[in-house]
Design a protein around this ligand. Structure first.
Ligand code: GTP
Ligand code: MG
Length: 342
């Protein structure tokens, strides 16, 4: 059974390090140039499984997983973007909640957790910025499981202080969580992976925990869904040389050039045609914006792409996309209903 890649949303309070984490995941790939090209999709980063093998080599040796990779979605942490976070949460198969170890639980941390609970999205917590702990020994890209053993008593004590404060706060809010390497029953506790997004510490542990989570919870949901595309609108953007474009995440089905699509607007759904599907090139080829994309005939979930359409009038970020397929009325009703909900 062909499986699609899990969609992994990254959520958390503003400035806690979500984008840096994704930069680091992409960056390592570009610098090291190992097997499999890392592609940066719009608002989304595709991480092929070969890359995960390379990053996690120290921890897994030559072990392989039955999964094509992970599609990461970055969300904004600023308080005014609740609806985008909710969208990110709603289309996610899995999530990473990022918490700055020095700041602890903040309002959008709690908001993110409640979004994940609402959509029943399995998630792990990345406690970030461990490199800022006084006297912390930073070894770039090191698994946390190794890095933590190299710390001085002082650094270790300071880490434990901050870390267990966060666990305590989570507990007060009704969540049982612990360091991932200390959990015996993963169905009872939320796993926390300490990381430094800036230095890549803990990235191998984090990626492996995500794969573990996918294997535990997603076996049935990752079968490739045939049929017309379903997606979410990330952003409508004026692109130099291209005019108005729309960035979307396709989370189910297949989208073809020429497809009639129905898009969410503030009013009645917009029915339009896809003129071009633009797939971002690997990150290291991004130079002139005009060369950044490959124009392709079709794409299948899960993927982030930029679309040129006949019209994009009134289209709203966070709104739904449906390809009309054989049942345009049904598709339009779906878009209508989803737009109302949000
Ligand atoms: P929003 O998207 O606005 O919610 O923020 P974000 O969560 O994406 O945070 P971002 O990645 O932009 O990081 C915010 C700041 O924290 C930047 O200055 C980063 O360089 C810094 N930062 C992120 N991760 C780390 C880390 O692991 N260590 C250190 N020292 N700084 C970090
Ligand atoms: Mg960010």
């Amino acid at each position: 059974m062909p499986t699609r890649q899990p969609i992994v949303s990254v959520l958390g309070h503003v400035d806690h390090g979500k984008t840096t984490l994704l930069d680091q995941i992409r960056g390592t790939a570009v610098v090291k140039k190992e097997a499999g090209a890392i592609t940066q999709h719009i608002g989304a980063t595709e991480v092929p499984i070969e890359h995960i093998y390379a990053v996690c080599k120290q921890m897994i040796g030559s072990k392989k997983f039955d999964m094509p990779g992970l599609l990461f979605i970055d969300t904004p942490g600023h308080q005014s973007f609740t609806s985008l976070r909710a969208r990110g949460g709603s289309l996610a198969d899995l999530a990473v909640l990022v918490i700055d170890i020095n700041e602890g639980i903040m309002p959008q941390t709690l908001e993110s957790i409640s979004i994940l609970k609402r959509f029943k999205t399995p998630f792990i917590i990345a406690v970030n910025k461990v490199d800022l702990i006084e006297d912390w020994t930073v070894n770039k890209d090191e698994p946390f499981a190794l890095n933590v053993r190299k710390q001085s008593d002082k650094a270790a004590a300071s880490f434990d202080d901050k870390f267990y404060k966060i666990i305590g706060e989570l507990y007060e809010h009704g969540y049982t969580a612990d360091r991932y390497d200390r959990i015996e029953d993963f169905t009872k506790s939320i796993a926390i992976v300490p990381i430094s997004a800036k230095n890549g510490i803990g990235l191998p542990d984090l990626l492996l925990m995500l794969i573990g989570l996918a294997q535990r919870f997603l076996e049935d949901t990752l079968e490739k869904e045939e049929g017309p595309a379903k997606g979410v609108i990330l952003e409508v953007k004026e692109e130099r040389g291209l005019g108005q474009t729309v960035d979307v995440i396709i989370y189910a089905g297949t989208l073809k050039k020429g497809d009639t699509v129905i898009l969410g607007t503030k009013g009645k759904p917009l029915v339009t045609k896809v003129k071009a599907i633009l797939k971002p090139k690997p990150l290291d080829e991004i130079r002139d914006p005009k060369d950044r994309f490959d124009s392709v005939k079709e794409v299948s979930a899960a993927i982030g792409v930029k679309l040129m359409c006949q019209s994009l009038e009134g289209v709203v970020s966070g709104g739904p996309l449906r390809a009309a397929g054989a049942n345009p009325d049904e598709a339009r009703d779906e878009v209508s209903n989803e737009t109302k909900v949000n």
